[in-house]
Design a protein around this ligand. Structure first.
Ligand code: URA
Length: 270
């Protein structure tokens, strides 16, 4: 038996025996010495206590902390079980965050609802989107349509478009984390129902939310494939950001080509 597997009792006994044998050797040695140098008083000792002193009681082996018992469970969000129609109707009445106070329209989503090739996720509705109740209908939206067309996609046929939040953030500011999380069940359920072949996240709010990396930069997230619930997902810059900084055009095109190659789509332009 290896020493690690011996019980404390067995180890103490073995040590006690070994000490006893050593003592016997010492005895024999003393016998010889006595013959040469005269009598000596040598008492045989019981090494049981010595062994017990040298080998302490076993400390309790480290065991993994048991999983804490779940006493409180987040209530299941009703929205995660709704049909597309009910989800849309629910969103029209939504007052789960402050954005409901300033919106003109809820901008739920548009395009192919039945297994589109790509689901585009933007940040949140802007002024035009808020007025029309449709995502990406302003300048950035028109530019997005050109990107999609360059990889054989269109919102009319094989793309579904939505946003991380369904109501316009005032002054087009980034949506707050509480707003994104209040709205997240809509997005989650939309993805389940629409069941896209791939997801394209545009800009930081969508990319950080969907990858679960709140502190990552766009530079770190773009051009890579992630998986969201098993769905391949690509992140790239937002069309509005590219309109402000044309140097982002090339990386976006690289990202779109990568996505197109993955999906077997024809690409045009350069
Ligand atoms: N920008 C977005 O992120 N979404 C829109 O719907 C419009 C502009």
């Amino acid at each position: 038996m290896s020493e690690e597997k011996m019980s404390v009792e067995d180890r103490r006994l073995a040590l006690s025996n070994a000490l006893g044998r050593t003592d016997e050797l010492l005895d024999s040695f003393l016998d010889v010495m006595r013959q040469d140098f005269g009598p000596d008083k040598h008492e045989r000792r019981d090494f049981t206590q010595t062994a017990a002193d040298l080998i302490p009681e076993e400390t309790a082996p480290e065991v993994a902390e048991p999983e804490p018992e779940v006493l409180f469970k987040e209530p299941d969000d009703d929205r995660l079980h709704m049909s597309y129609k009910s989800l849309l109707a629910d969103s029209a009445q939504c007052q789960r965050c402050g954005l409901c106070k300033t919106r003109k329209n809820v901008v739920f989503g548009t395009g192919c609802q039945d297994r589109p090739v790509v689901m585009v996720i933007g940040e949140g509705p802007g002024e035009n989107e808020d007025l029309q109740g449709l995502p990406f209908v302003g300048k950035a939206g028109q530019y997005l349509d050109r990107w999609l067309s360059a990889i054989s996609l269109s919102r009319e046929t094989n793309v579904y478009i939505t946003n991380t939040v369904k109501c316009r953030p005032p002054q087009n500011r980034d949506p707050y984390p509480e707003e994104k999380s209040a709205c997240n069940a809509y997005l989650k359920r939309q993805i389940q129902l629409v069941n896209p072949q791939a997801i394209l996240c545009l800009g930081k709010p969508a990319s950080t939310l969907m990858t679960g990396q709140p502190d990552a930069t766009m530079g770190a997230l773009r051009g890579r494939f992630f998986f969201y619930d098993g769905i391949p997902m690509m992140c790239t810059y937002h069309p509005a950001a590219v309109l402000r900084d044309l140097s982002l055009k090339r990386p976006v095109w690289e990202d779109l080509k990568k996505l197109a190659r993955y999906l077997g789509l024809q690409t045009g332009g350069s």
